[in-house]
Design a protein around this ligand. Structure first.
Ligand code: PMP
Ligand code: GLN
Length: 383
């Protein structure tokens, strides 16, 4: 027996599927339509602004809540987009990415035994983040094939222990979005309760077909109980920069910062100095949905030459494709075989469920150069 043994706090958790599939893609020299990141260059002006900030000496700690001039610009942006009156000093905290913002919000609120409503399929960090806090994920399936929320099912799953409802719009992995009907349902369910909302809105600008992003920020009665999480990585095509922010009312933010200050304290400073300037170029985010929609449409059109059948994607980096008519293989087996034998990596939808599941659906990331999408589809046509 070794002297040191460790008892896992997450015994059922392995390595995230994104790392697994990206490693397999690299090993087999496959085109990576699995993990969600763009394969094209980000805006060079923003790169230049970071360089400038470094050369100007902006390389030391900034305020633990974030660079004040950046949080002020963010408050202005939220006013412009969602008519939300957000106080930059008390209600916005810059974080090292959206994932960290989500983890911190959960850790701020959850106590052992608390229940959290989570819709499945769910982004893979949510459930481990809940469990590590000793809380209990209450899993509610989204309704196939629209991946919408069954609010009657939500009502029957609310208990005296329900501490939080987690939402994600636009949704990873399905590309579904919340509608005004969903907002009305949510409002009526949480009214007069102590239930918090965690709203993961990292894809706020990646919304297609002129649809409206239903941010919690639009609704003061929802916002008073919400932690809303964002990521600059998705907005500016720099996922590796890992910078994001959490917006929450002052009382919630105060507690959030107690956790944040002893975990991270403050985030990368030159990037904040650069973003504070770049964020003024509104067209960068206002045109993003239309630009990425073109990629979705192009990929969808190319994929018609294959046996994969596309499900609707209204937002995010992703579209689900069914292969139910083409193969009996389970999702994971097929995702591995497509990577090894056909040279295209994807993510099996089952990775976003807690229990074994097999809908014969794979997730494709289409935020890639046209040439990448063309080559990937050429390969998939052989399947
Ligand atoms: N939530 C969802 C749904 C995501 O897809 C991502 C992407 N990684 C994140 C949160 C986290 O973003 P970040 O890379 O800024 O941590
Ligand atoms: N959000 C990205 C995705 O869903 C990946 C982020 C990660 O690798 N953790 O593919």
């Amino acid at each position: 027996m070794p002297v040191i043994t460790i008892q896992s706090k997450l015994p059922n958790v392995g390595t995230t599927i994104f790392t697994v599939m990206s490693a397999l893609a690299a090993e087999y020299n496959a085109i990576n339509l699995g993990q969600g990141f763009p394969d094209f260059m980000m805006n060079s002006q923003l790169v230049e602004l970071v360089n400038k900030a470094m050369r100007a000496g902006n390389n030391q700690y900034v305020h633990m809540n974030g660079l004040p001039s950046l949080t002020e610009r963010l408050a202005e942006k939220m006013q412009l987009l969602y008519a939300a009156a957000i106080n930059a000093t008390d209600e916005i905290t810059i974080t090292p990415g959206g994932t960290y913002a989500i983890y911190t919000a959960l850790t701020t609120v959850l106590k052992p035994g608390d229940e959290v409503i989570v819709f499945e399929p769910a982004y893979d960090s949510y459930i481990p983040n809940i469990i590590i806090n000793g809380a209990i994920p209450v899993l509610i399936p989204l309704t196939y094939p629209t991946y919408s929320i069954d609010w009657e099912l939500v009502k029957t799953n609310i208990s005296s222990k329900t501490k939080m409802i987690m939402l994600n719009t636009p949704h990873n992995p399905t590309g579904s979005i919340l509608s005004s009907f969903d907002i009305e349902q949510l409002r009526s369910i949480v009214k007069d309760t102590g239930i918090f909302i965690l709203s993961d809105e990292v894809y706020e600008h990646l919304i297609f077909d002129n649809r409206q992003h239903e941010s919690m920020l639009r609704y003061p009665d929802l916002m008073e109980r919400s932690f809303v999480c964002f990521s600059f990585g998705k907005t500016y095509h720099c996922t590796g920069w890992k910078l994001g922010y959490c917006v929450a009312p002052a009382a919630l933010t105060k507690e959030f910062r107690k956790v944040h200050q002893f975990n991270c304290f403050s985030c990368h400073s030159p990037v904040q100095f650069a973003l504070e300037k770049f964020i003024n170029q509104k067209e960068q985010y206002l045109q993003l949905g239309a630009a990425i929609q073109q990629k979705r449409d192009y990929f969808q059109q190319l994929m018609q030459q294959t046996k994969f059948k596309g499900l609707p994607s209204y937002g995010s980096y992703f579209q689900l494709y069914s292969y139910a008519d083409a193969s009996e293989e389970n999702e994971k087996e097929l995702a591995i075989r497509l990577t090894k034998e056909y040279g295209v990596a994807t993510i099996p939808l089952s990775s976003f469920y807690n229990k074994e599941k097999d809908d014969k659906v794979l997730r494709f990331c289409f935020v890639k150069k046209e040439s990448t999408l063309e080559e990937a589809v050429n390969r998939l046509m052989k399947f």
